[in-house]
Design a protein around this ligand. Structure first.
Ligand code: ADP
Length: 462
């Protein structure tokens, strides 16, 4: 696999000061496909300084100019759509069709949405005798995970650039190659030197150095709640703005009036998609006791259809973690109706599509984020019970409600403590604010709400 042996700094690929390297592994066959630099604190410092130097110039550009660069970025990504898909497949292991339809296509749409928003957003407003200016917050540190590797970068970089911020991206160790493609696209799009910088590196080294750097004004992090907590604390101590997109344990609530087969099939597909490595996945299916057995049977049949069609998990550590959760579920009394506590293949980090039935709300598999192709099916007695279970975790990122009547589903959704709810299978909307209630995070990404995260206000009184 093609890889740069440098970091993208101040408009060019330059050798890292650190000699450390990261092996990029194909999760399907466990072979090393490329090596990239593991940047150290000095590399991070150079990247932040480049971003600081570029800030006044970029912040002063007209929004129309930023929109033009973002359109060029969108086009550069679109021109590489197939290369992006192949790269994500190589480093994440997702089936090529999914890489094309989601890992490549969604970031192109999001980049396009910010090209439009940069041009149309009101960066000035009048409030009584004041003119309120919406100004870029400054230098942004973007620390991203591997699960949707390009989407997570674009969901931070595109609004940051639209706002007039400069940025240093630190992608996940497992998926640095598509991040390098992104930097290439940004270069082709004609972003001025230093506006976007990319340091590949390890979380506790490069990530931590970036999060702690005094030259960074906003840290935008997507990843585990454990790391998010530390980054939030560090940023808080430095009185620095922080945006955190963390874990989820989203509920798929199937009300008694729902089309059960459709709700279960879409629900299983939602969890198996990307091998369950989706923070917003509906990993808890809530079914009324009267329809519970039927739902479990439908879920078992749906999971069986996936068979070998889902990709592996990203690495051996995640595979072991997910298998450990399945074992724990069984040990705590859940019934394994599909899947296994053993890997289905000798090679590759695969886990079989797994359905756990008879899961009760206090079980570990009903409370903790598993991040694998594992669905827990829970029983509820009545609507109040369903609501209590749905809201009964520390998370609140997404969810779904199904009912015969849309108004009934909406009434339930209004009472859920969560950032997004899909009603009767509503489609993903790349302009809808995405982010968490409770410990799922702080801040929102995507659309106009995602843009305002990167702005701060200055009021002029007349
Ligand atoms: P995941 O479980 O999705 O890998 P992590 O929270 O471990 O989630 O990683 C998400 C991102 O955070 C990655 O880019 C990773 O390198 C980075 N990271 C991990 N540890 C730290 C840390 N201590 N400080 C800053 N960034 C970190």
């Amino acid at each position: 696999m093609k890889a740069h042996d440098g970091i993208y700094l101040d408009g060019a690929w330059r050798p890292a000061l650190s000699r450390d390297l990261i092996d990029v592994v194909d999760p399907v066959d466990e072979q090393v496909v490329a090596r990239v630099p593991a940047a150290g604190p000095d590399d991070v410092d150079a990247a932040v300084r480049a971003a600081r130097t570029a800030l006044p110039g970029w912040a002063a550009t007209a929004p129309a100019e930023r929109a033009a660069r973002l359109t060029a970025l969108r086009d550069a990504l679109a021109a590489r759509q197939e290369e992006i898909a192949e790269t994500v497949t190589a480093e994440l292991g997702s089936p090529i069709g999914f890489s094309r339809a989601v890992h490549a296509a969604v970031p192109i749409a999001v980049a396009g949405s910010y090209a439009e928003l940069a041009a149309s957003h009101g960066f000035e407003e009048t409030v009584g005798n004041s003119t309120v200016l919406h100004e870029p917050i400054g230098v942004v540190a973007a620390i991203t995970p591997w699960n949707y590797p390009l989407h997570q970068i674009v969901a931070k970089a595109a609004p940051a650039l639209a706002a007039g911020c400069t940025i240093v991206v630190k992608p996940a160790e497992d998926t640095p190659l598509v991040a390098q493609l992104f930097a290439e696209a940004a270069h082709e799009a004609g972003l001025p030197a230093g506006v976007l910088n990319l340091v590949t590196g390890r979380g506790p080294v490069a990530g931590q150095a970036l999060a702690e750097h005094p030259g960074v004004d906003l840290v935008s992090f997507t990843g585990s709640t454990a790391v998010g907590r530390v980054i939030g604390a560090t940023a808080g101590a430095a009185v620095k703005k922080v945006a955190l997109e963390l874990g989820g344990k989203s509920a798929n609530v199937i009300l008694p009036s729902a089309d059960l087969a459709r709700a279960v099939n879409v629900g299983v597909a939602n969890v198996m998609s990307n091998s369950g490595q989706t923070c917003s996945a509906w990993t808890r299916m809530l079914v009324h006791r009267d329809r519970y057995d039927e739902a479990v049977e439908l879920a078992r049949t749906a999971a069986a259809k996936y068979g070998d069609r889902i990709g592996p998990l990203v690495n051996a550590k995640q595979q072991a973690r997910v298998l450990g959760y399945i074992e724990k579920g069984v040990a705590e009394g859940a019934r394994l109706v599909a899947g296994s506590t053993e890997p289905p293949r000798e090679r590759g980090y695969f886990v079989s599509p797994t359905i756990l039935a008879d899961v009760t709300p206090e079980m570990t598999v009903a409370q903790e984020e598993i991040f694998g192709p594992v669905l827990s099916v829970l029983r509820y007695d009545d609507e109040e019970d369903a609501l209590r279970i749905a809201n009964g975790t520390v998370y609140g990122l997404a969810g779904a409600v199904w009912a015969g009547d849309e108004a009934e589903a909406v009434a339930f959704a209004r009472r859920m403590d969560t950032g997004q709810v899909d009603i009767n299978g509503g489609r993903f909307n790349p302009l809808a604010p995405f982010g968490g209630y409770k410990q799922s995070g702080v801040g929102r990404e995507l659309g106009a709400h995602g843009l305002t995260e990167y702005l701060q206000t200055k009021s002029l009184q007349f």
